[in-house]
Design a protein around this ligand. Structure first.
Ligand SMILES: NC(=O)CC[C@H](N)C(=O)O
Length: 396
């Protein structure tokens, strides 16, 4: 491994942090975001939704459990850069095959360690996510700041083509095959087809450019819209495709970017959150079950409320009763739609359920890698949606 070099992290508002290189030596730019998960750095790094982002981990020590060949959520590291406080000197875990720093170097990912990640996180929380540069090629903050200011913004970024699969592939069901799902890969995580496979679903994963005809050629019982990086306002093709599926009453399930696409297909707008939700302990209220789920999140954008409101305030009061007593329902050209899930930290829309077409979506991650499994039931809800729309077809 290359010896560490002095490194610098410069935010677009000029705030600078000095530390040492971690991973590859070089220079990188992206959107600075923070993730509050205490575990799961390998899953975070390989989640394609982080494309274009420099991830700061709030957990103080990173790398303790090394890297293994089972926990990757895709076949490479996608983050644009990595910022941590205290690198683990030696990984120790029965599954560890390699050290994190060595792996990042191999993957060409530029990172920085030894910085005050708490100060960085507080800064982002107060000022909002913003562009950042990390460099071990220069020690001149003013010079790096110029390049940060010239780097692209996250708002308006279209990244789906960078992360999607080049070729269609199939993930077999575990045991007896009961259903078929066609998945649109906008940055899919491996644990999604795996969670479906556990329920007897065979998943055909398609590139983001697939048409409705391509997806329907597999005679799917449902179509899945995956998570993915970038600004959902740029996903016009996928929104048009989803509208066609809704018109044809094909069952649709979306996660994260997929939730934003379904929302847009139903006529809602999207907006950029001040600093987003990234972590594995975010409380979500399911208005159907009136239960609070502890869930994994990774989103910087969100759906507007049907009246155009953009929830953003941290209420600080953890009071699910505020969300009881009726689900907000709005009318769309595809019939009535419920805002079925809400984040209890800030009232942000976390899920939609259509009443008249077979479609639902969530902004968070039921595949939960790494994360709590409270939201696993949503894959069972997908199976029930498939079953009920099969029943409806037979009765028609
Ligand atoms: N994980 C995701 O699918 C993220 C969706 C979108 N890129 C956002 O940041 O909101």
């Amino acid at each position: 491994m290359t010896a560490r070099k002095p490194a610098i992290l410069v935010l677009e508002d000029g705030r600078a942090f000095r530390g040492e290189s971690y991973g590859a030596v070089g220079e990188t730019f992206g959107e600075a975001v923070f993730n509050t998960a205490m575990t799961g750095y390998q899953e975070t790094l390989t989640d394609p939704s982080y494309y274009g982002q420099v991830v700061c981990q709030t957990a103080p020590q990173i790398g303790n459990t090394g890297i293994n060949s089972e926990d990757d959520e895709s076949d490479r590291v996608w983050v644009a850069g990595y910022a941590i406080a205290d690198p683990s000197p030696r990984p120790s875990n029965w599954r560890s095959e390699k050290g994190l720093e060595e792996w990042l170097e191999e993957q060409g990912v530029v990172g920085i360690c030894g910085i005050d990640t708490r100060a960085l996180t507080r800064h982002l929380r107060e000022r909002g996510a913003m562009r950042v540069g990390v460099s071990s090629a220069t020690e001149d903050a003013a010079e790096l700041l110029e390049r940060v200011k010239a780097s692209p913004e996250m708002a308006g970024a279209s990244f789906v083509d960078e992360v999607t699969t080049a070729e269609r592939y199939t993930v077999a069901a575990e045991g007896e095959k009961r259903y078929t799902v066609a998945a649109l890969d906008l940055g899919i995580k491996r644990n999604t087809p795996r969670s479906m496979a556990a329920r007897g679903i065979e998943t055909h994963v398609f590139p983001a450019s697939a048409t409705a005809e391509d997806l329907l050629s597999t005679e799917p019982d449902a179509v899945f819209l995956s998570n993915g990086p970038g600004d959902p306002a740029t996903a016009g093709d996928q929104v048009a495709l989803t509208r066609e599926l809704l018109r044809r009453r094909v069952p649709v399930f979306g996660i994260c970017f997929g939730n934003q696409i379904l929302g847009r297909a139903l006529g809602l707008g999207t907006y950029k959150l001040k600093y987003g939700h990234r972590g594995i302990n975010q409380p979500v209220f399911d208005r159907h079950t009136e239960k609070v789920e502890v869930t994994a999140h990774n989103h910087g954008f969100a759906l507007e409320m049907p009246d155009g409101a953009r929830p953003a305030t941290v209420s600080g009061d953890f009071d699910p009763s505020a969300h009881r007593g009726g689900t907000p329902v709005f009318s769309t050209e595809f019939g009535e739609v419920e805002v079925s899930h809400v984040c209890l930290n800030d009232n942000v829309v976390e899920g939609l359920t259509c009443r008249e077409v077979p479609a639902f979506s969530v902004q968070y991650h039921p595949e939960a890698a790494a994360g709590p499994h409270d939201a696993d039931y949503l894959f069972d809800r997908l199976v029930r949606l498939i079953e009920s729309s099969k029943g409806a077809e037979q009765n028609a």
